[in-house]
Design a protein around this ligand. Structure first.
Ligand code: CUA
Length: 155
């Protein structure tokens, strides 16, 4: 098979680029602590149900209009299944997985993080408008993935 010289040069260039990208990711992962961007801390994924505060998932009021919500994602549900906050509340979500990788997304709010076993993901949002917000898993996690949802009720 004849390969044109210019084509050879580009082939070598493309393969070299891939090698460089792979090297950058590998070095980042091994030596530079490359981790999920929204992660704040680690957790033993086999002991989520015994690890505070995830042993009692739910909503906690920190101050007036300021809340923290602790969620455990597992196949195929979120715990808690529903929380209720007053309109104008700022809610910081802390989410971890008890099994596989999940997503944590509230469409049209900017809340959208990956939930990886072993990590606690965090994201905050101020719910200015009243309504019922759907919280969904947007990372394919198995046969019941499409059923994995919860509610945030803003009154
Ligand atoms: Cu959990 Cu998809």
């Amino acid at each position: 098979m004849h390969i044109h010289r210019a084509e050879k040069i580009w082939l070598i260039f493309a393969v070299a680029m891939m090698a460089v990208f792979l090297a950058v990711i590998t070095v980042g992962a091994l030596f530079d602590g490359l981790v999920p961007p929204s992660r704040i801390e680690t957790i033993d994924p086999t002991k989520v149900s015994q690890t505070p505060p995830f042993d009692k998932p739910g909503l906690h009021q920190v101050a007036r209009g300021v809340y923290e919500a602790y969620y455990v994602a597992h196949v195929f549900a979120f715990d808690p299944a529903a929380i209720t906050v007053p309109a104008g509340s700022r809610v910081t979500f802390y989410v971890t997985s008890a099994d596989v990788m999940h997503g944590f997304s509230i469409p049209e709010t900017g809340v959208n993080v990956a939930v990886e076993p072993g990590w606690v993901s965090s994201v905050a949002h101020t719910f200015a408008k009243a309504g019922t917000y759907l919280l969904i898993c947007n990372e394919y996690c198995g046969s019941g993935h499409q059923l994995m949802a919860a509610k945030v009720v803003v009154q």
